[in-house]
Design a binder for this molecule. Structure first.
Ligand code: BG6
Length: 509
């Protein structure tokens, strides 16, 4: 049995703090550090969840003093943090545990200076040689940084001198071959248990609640299979475009940016079998089985099951916006998708024949992530068809407006027999007084605790890539005119409607 605290059992209020450690943050001048990582670390310290002996060492290539870094992080916390510092004294207590170390990632000598700095921090802050390295850098640096850390004896198997863990930001590879190469490289330096592949969707409160809903209640599980479920829809809709990430996005596209990781994880959580224990390995085993049940597709299967598209000039929230190929960093003749929809099935006993419809796009009318479980229609229609389908749907709203609702039909009061769709609704906001922690808070804390339940394992990542690679290969064979268009602010291309079987339709959100 794993004796580390379990996030599902203990919640974020657990009192056992992680062991002393240094959080070594590569990519300290980047966007993720300012927007997510340091605000999350600040929140953990503020809430008393970080270890008492703790230090955050920012590492990047640009020269900067500790004080300059602290001032920048203060601005970041003010702008992006959940809670601002109550006063200067509170911030100062945190700032004293923040430092900066310049490091030219590609030069092994720089790592000697880093080693020396870390020894100094252990002496001054009692961090006991425990290190959590977080690689918030471009993927091309993953291998070089970990090799240099290894040569400087800063990582390796855990020893009496402290534990060593490495968190790898996405993307973990760009296809199956590169992900396998990266895993192979890391396994030469670390055990799988020391590798934390982060997928921030797994840190979202509502994503974790999916497991609670399924396995903490007896009413849903008997229905959770092909006998009762007609289809499942997973939607990740964003209003955002590609921002300043044009070049990156043009190389990546919606399939690799969102489907291979976040959406495959949502799929795995919805479809997995009950784990035999609530332990990390058992939960990951079940998720891995789902992803293994996703066969690679032939180009002909891709052609009939996938629709990809790019947004075209249009209006969102009253603002006229450029089309995808007009964005900075995107090639005018780009064949990268900003929208993808697909129909997939899982070759398992539980799900055989049940379509899972996935859709994700940028510049859609509304930011919404949800999973909708559509149950079968009644076997016989006794009532006038005033509402069309029965609408028995269980909807898990991941974000925003987090909650769960069960939709069904009810009789409209009156002397006539008229049916109307109604819903029973649970909302996080109205049921709980406390606000949810940010995904990164949970995940960074878990990594410090040595709990990798909410991180992805090598085999999960590999299966997701095998599937996505086959989709990309199929799309690459298709003629240019199969790239559909959808106006900014619309719900995607009309072609996506044809993916749904029978009289099912995409949910209107
Ligand atoms: C990131 C993607 O992983 O997730 C972005 O690279 C996307 O393109 C983001 O916008 C969505 O995250 P969230 O938490 O805002 O849904």
């Amino acid at each position: 049995m794993n004796d580390v605290p379990n996030p599902f059992r203990d919640g974020l209020t657990r009192s056992d703090a992680p062991a002393p450690c240094v959080f070594v943050l590569f990519g300290a001048t980047g966007d993720l550090t300012a927007r997510k990582l340091v605000p999350a670390l600040w929140q953990l310290v503020r809430g008393g969840l970080a270890p008492k002996q703790f230090f955050v060492l920012g590492v990047a290539r640009r020269a900067k003093s500790d004080d300059e870094f602290r001032a920048e992080m203060r601005a970041a916390v003010d702008k992006f943090g959940r809670d601002r510092p109550a006063d200067e004294a509170e911030w100062e207590a945190f700032a004293q545990r923040l430092g900066y170390c310049v490091c030219e990632f590609t030069q092994p000598a720089a790592y000697q200076a880093l080693a020396q700095r870390l020894r100094g921090i252990d002496a001054s802050h009692g961090t006991a040689g425990n290190r959590l390295y977080y690689l918030a850098v471009a993927p091309e640096f993953f291998e070089g940084i970990t090799s240099s850390l290894h040569e400087a004896e800063l990582i390796g198997p855990d020893q009496a001198g402290g534990w060593r863990r490495v968190v790898i930001e996405k993307p973990f590879g760009t296809d199956l071959a590169s992900a396998a190469r990266l895993s192979g490289h890391l396994h030469g330096l670390l055990t799988e248990d020391q590798i934390y592949r982060i997928d921030h969707y797994l840190g979202k409160e509502t994503v974790q609640n999916l497991l609670t809903l399924r396995f903490g209640n007896a009413i849903f599980e008997p229905l959770w299979n092909r006998n009762h479920i007609e289809h499942v829809q997973i939607t990740v809709a964003e209003t955002e475009g590609i921002g300043r990430r044009g070049e990156f996005y043009d190389q990546t596209g919606a399939l690799r940016d969102m489907v291979q990781n976040h959406m495959m994880q949502l799929l795995a959580l919805v479809a997995m079998e009950p784990p035999v224990t609530w332990e990390a390995g058992a939960i990951r085993d079940e998720k891995a089985k789902v992803l293994r049940a996703l066969p690679a597709w032939t180009p002909a299967q891709v052609a009939s099951r996938v629709v990809r598209a790019q947004y075209t000039r249009g209006t969102l929230a009253g603002v006229e916006m450029p089309g995808f190929t007009e964005e900075a960093g995107i090639a005018p003749d780009s064949l990268t998708e900003s929208y993808v929809a697909m129909r997939l099935t899982l070759d398992t006993w539980r799900w055989s024949g049940v379509p899972f419809y996935l859709r994700h796009g940028k510049r859609l009318p509304k930011r919404t992530t949800e999973i909708a479980i559509a149950f079968h229609q009644p076997p016989l229609s006794l009532f006038p068809p005033t509402v069309g389908r029965s609408g028995n749907t269980l909807v898990m709203r991941i974000q925003p407006d987090e909650g769960i609702s069960l939709n069904f039909v009810a009789k409209v009061p009156g002397t006539r027999l008229t049916l109307q769709a109604v819903k029973m609704d649970f909302g996080y906001g109205s049921s709980f007084a406390q606000t949810s922690p940010e995904a990164y808070e949970r995940l960074l804390l878990d990594a410090m605790l040595g709990d990798n339940t909410l991180f992805t394992r090598e085999d999960e990542v590999a299966s997701a890539w095998r599937f996505v690679d086959s989709v990309r290969a199929g799309l690459a064979e298709q003629p240019r005119d199969t790239m559909a268009g959808y106006a900014v602010g619309s719900w995607g291309p009309a072609a996506a409607d044809a993916l749904l079987d029978g009289d099912a339709t995409w949910r209107r959100l």
